[in-house]
Structures are given as C-alpha cells and as structure tokens.
Ligand binder design. Structure first.
Ligand code: GDP
Ligand code: MG
Ligand code: ZN
Length: 249
C-alpha cells in the first residue's frame, strides 16, 4: 500500500512498521486524514461556484468538514463579500479574510487549532499567501500560473506545516478533484437545506429539477431555500448526470 501525507504510522528505529486505517483520503494531491477542507474563493479571480459545490460534495463523501474562506476582502466591497457568503452561511462556517491583513485571520487561526486542514480552490485565490501569513513561511506566491506558462505539469511534493496549534497541508489546488461516485439522483442527500423539504414533494423519486408539485422548488420560490445554492445544485445535478451517462455508454 502507498503511504499518503497525513497517514498515521508506527515507526521503529526509523522504519515504518505499521499504518492505521484512514479516516479519509484525497487523491489530487494525495493526502489522508484531513479534518477540514478550507475552500478558498476571492473576488478575483471570479469564483467558480460549480467547483465549490464539487469540493463540498467531495467533502461530504469523504467525511471532511468543508469551510468557506473568502479571501482578498481588502479589495472587495463588503456587499460583494456577503453575496458570496450568503448561500453557505446556514450550512458551513464562513471566514472572511485577507492574507495581507493579520487582524482578519484571528478566527481562522483559532479554528485551525488541533486540526489538520487543507486549503483548496482555484489558482490565484491566495492559498499560498494565506498559508504564508498563517505560518510565517514563504511559499512561492503566484507560482501556479507561472508553472502553467512554462508548460510544466503541476505535480510536486506535498508537505504538512505546523500552523496555529494544528497543521496545514500545502496544496496545489484541487480544481480537478472530480466526484463521480455520487449518482445524480442521490445528490440531494448532500444538501441539508433541500432535504428538509423533499418529503412534501408529490413524487417519491422527485429529483427537484423539473418535476411538478416539487416542494423544494416551491421553497426556493418562497425564499426558504437560497436560490443561488439551489441553482448550483441544478448545475451539479446535470454535471453528474452527464458524467454518469458517459461512464455507462
Ligand atoms: N489584494 C490581495 N491580494 C492577495 C491576497 N492574497 C493573495 N493575493 C495575491 O493573489 C495572487 C495569487 O496568490 P497565491 O497565494 O499565489 O494564490 P494561490 O494560487 O491560490 O496559491 C498573488 O499576486 C497574491 O499577492 C489578499 O488577501 N489580498
Ligand atoms: Mg499556491
Ligand atoms: Zn421535489
């Protein structure tokens, strides 16, 4: 078996003699036993919320707690930041930070204490900058786009750093972390907000997409479910349906 960063092992005179079962694992990069996935977005680059939904879904499947980190708040209007946060506030912890403003990082630091966390998100949202500010390290900033420009692939070594009384895994993005173990029809079970209404749908196998007499859609119309998050559910539903179709063709 291959060892992952984050695996718990027994070491005897410098030799690994046993390893323990994993709580969870991610494969891009290979990391095990993550407690929290910090999903980082920023006003620039423009957030890809379908990617955010995929990351959240993967967290649920892997039993990792997802948190949303809105970075670069120093260059965004607070209304814009709240607009990003709103669809997630009910279900997840949301941090509003700036890698350049020490004082905004305090709640995040507190939360990392005693945990192994991983930062994920699109290139250039500020993951490396955040890790630098949190740990006092000096990871290369802006390195991903440079690497793409040079045409190199994005594989590189992964490292765990002590951070704020916990640990943080340096990461190269997870933008490609695809989730295809979940069937479209099961997606709703990962959306607590939607699930609360589905018992009132007319059809027992309602997917809450096109069916008439759908209690979920009604709740969206009445503002009881966040419209943006529901629209992201629809997008992800369609994406999963599409990838499922490809797999079984
Ligand atoms: N204004 C502002 N710029 C930031 C912030 N965090 C990172 N950046 C900038 O965003 C760019 C990408 O940062 P980087 O940490 O390399 O992003 P990564 O690709 O997610 O690791 C760099 O030019 C950083 O200086 C922030 O909080 N505010
Ligand atoms: Mg980086
Ligand atoms: Zn329904």
């Amino acid at each position: 078996m291959d060892l992952f960063v984050g695996d718990y092992v027994e070491v005897d005179e410098g030799i690994i003699t046993a390893f323990y079962p994993r709580k969870n694992r991610l494969i891009r990069p290979y990391v095990a036993n993550i407690d929290v996935l910090m999903i980082v977005i920023a006003p620039v680059p423009k957030p890809d919320f379908l990617c955010v939904e995929k990351l959240i879904l993967n967290c649920h499947v892997q039993k990792i707690e997802p948190c949303l980190v809105i970075n670069k708040t120093d260059v965004a209007a607070s209304e814009a930041v709240e607009e990003f946060a709103r669809p997630y506030l009910k279900e997840f912890k949301v941090f509003r930070v700036s890698a350049f403003k020490e004082e905004t990082l305090t709640p995040l630091k507190e939360y990392i204490k005693g945990k192994l966390v991983c930062f994920a998100g699109q290139s250039a949202v500020g993951k490396s900058s955040l890790i630098n500010s949190l740990t006092g390290k000096s990871l290369e900033v802006g390195e991903l786009s440079k690497r793409i420009a040079r045409g190199k692939n994005t594989t590189r070594h992964i490292e765990i750093f002590p951070c704020c009384g916990g640990y943080v895994v340096d990461t190269c993005g997870f933008s490609v972390m695809e989730q295809d173990e979940v069937k479209a029809a099961e997606l709703v079970y990962y959306y607590d907000e939607l699930l609360a209404f589905q018992s009132e749908c007319r059809y027992t196998n309602c997917t809450h997409t096109k069916e008439p007499f759908c209690a979920v859609k009604k709740a969206v119309e009445e503002g009881k479910i966040d419209k943006d998050r529901y629209e992201r559910y629809l997008k992800l539903f369609n994406a999963l349906k599409e990838s499922g179709r490809k797999k079984y063709d």
